[in-house]
Ligand binder design. Sequence first.
Ligand SMILES: Cc1cc2nc3c(=O)[nH]c(=O)nc-3n(C[C@H](O)[C@H](O)[C@H](O)COP(=O)(O)OP(=O)(O)OC[C@H]3O[C@@H](n4cnc5c(N)ncnc54)[C@H](O)[C@@H]3O)c2cc1C
Length: 489
Amino acid sequence: MGRAFVYVILGGGVSAGYAALEFTRRGVSDGELCIISDEPVAPYERPALSKGFLLPEDPTRLPSFHTCVGANDEKLTPNWYKEHGIELILGTRVKSVDLKRMTLVSSTGETISYNFLIIATGARAMKLEEFGVEGSDAENVCYLRDLSDANKLATVIQSSSNGNAVVIGGGYIGMECAASLVINKINVSMVLPGAHCMARLFTPKIAAMYEDYYSAKGVKFIKGTVMTSFEFDENQKVTAVNLKDGSQLPADMVVVGIGIRPNISLFEGQLAMEKGGIKVNSKMQSSDSTVYAIGDVATFPVKLYGEMRRLEHVDSARKSARHAVSAIMEPENTGEFDYLPCFYSRFFAFSWQFYGDHVGEVVHFGEYEEGKVFGAYWVKEGHLVGTFLEGGTKEEYETISKVTQLKPVVMDMEELEREGLGFAERVVSQPVVEEVKEVVVQSSEVVKQVARVVTMEKPVHVWHAATGVVVAVSVAAFAFWYGRRRRRW
Ligand SMILES: Cc1cc2nc3c(=O)[nH]c(=O)nc-3n(C[C@H](O)[C@H](O)[C@H](O)COP(=O)(O)OP(=O)(O)OC[C@H]3O[C@@H](n4cnc5c(N)ncnc54)[C@H](O)[C@@H]3O)c2cc1C
């Protein structure tokens, strides 16, 4: 028994939903496209699970957050798929894939064949067992990756009111869940392995701002240590968390947010892999020309940095999905994926966005206080490469996105700090000239790297550059003259 489709999307998460919408916009016909997902519901906006879903009053529930709600897109309810002739095969796990035969086999034994396959299998939460700790199955230990995790978490939250929660991990899942737990009147302790929260992105200054706020709300941070084991009662419910530093934290519930692993195992040995994901080119096409990969599972060339990257963010899932479908349906009209990494988070009344790369020197700007606008720039080799902004307006976020894409020259870090957001506003208001050069990214992929050169009306940078050149030439001339004199001595 089997079915055949022209296009099959394997996985029914964020990127699958955005890919489906793009297929309909590009004229997919009835019965040509199917989505296979092991989740029992149509694709939804996963970020809602750690935000509105966990609120004590009027929590967000499906169907309100099916993809592609927001940003003036349509909301793709199960009915939407029916109306557009898209087959949704839900609650069905794909257990094997044969890329040579262009077939998938589901857990029910059905064979599904395709002309084009889009891999959108996303990632799964890393379990404590991977670090030698037992107890993930306990009824009050929660992870958060999918709707069933979120349902369990919401139930455990309800039964733990005024009790103690231990959050393991200080990434965005830990931070967003901790905020939701506080709002639900639960006492929270956060166990962080590093010196501060969001260690991969935040600077100590940014982290301190948010941690101070959390502490004022009663959250206790235990830093520089990890959990080693749980204490259980006779019903195998966790009652306490033991830490490596020898201390013990009482627990009515535990939330674990220690990272994710991309779901690539079905394709290992069949497709080229890189940086833990499926390696694709700038059309999101894998080493098999009929197979594309999108979202958390794809490692793609980021033109702006001339590097292969695998990202775990919703914006990249949405945009890579659209690009892959465009490359499949209209290859001649589809250029290279030119993606600016973007990540956002929301907790309590805070809301921030980050664009680009967090490497190089950091300059902080603004007032680091609750309710104020503040941010940071990352500058590498004289160019602005990353921007963080808390509390911005829609226009301000657009501005920092544009300025980061432009990679403008930064001559004076102090001036940048003084100007703050004004620097971004000034740069984006200037005319831009594009310079294209071909670069070889790691793994021999050649991509066109676009440098957008900003012509500043106020020629302050040109003046600085000219001064720099004059000084450098003078120093070199002196060194040459001095060297010759020494040799004569
Ligand atoms: C709680 C939470 C909050 C988040 N908040 C933010 C945020 O604020 N900002 C941000 O930028 N990002 C956020 N993210 C990250 C963002 O949601 C992901 O980057 C995005 O969901 C990736 O989309 P995807 O389609 O690649 O994978 P997913 O959305 O994970 O979808 C993968 C789908 O494939 C299915 N699947 C996997 N293997 C199989 C198989 N063998 N057979 C059938 N089906 C399969 C899965 O069940 C799932 O439905 C958050 C993630 C979570 C979990």
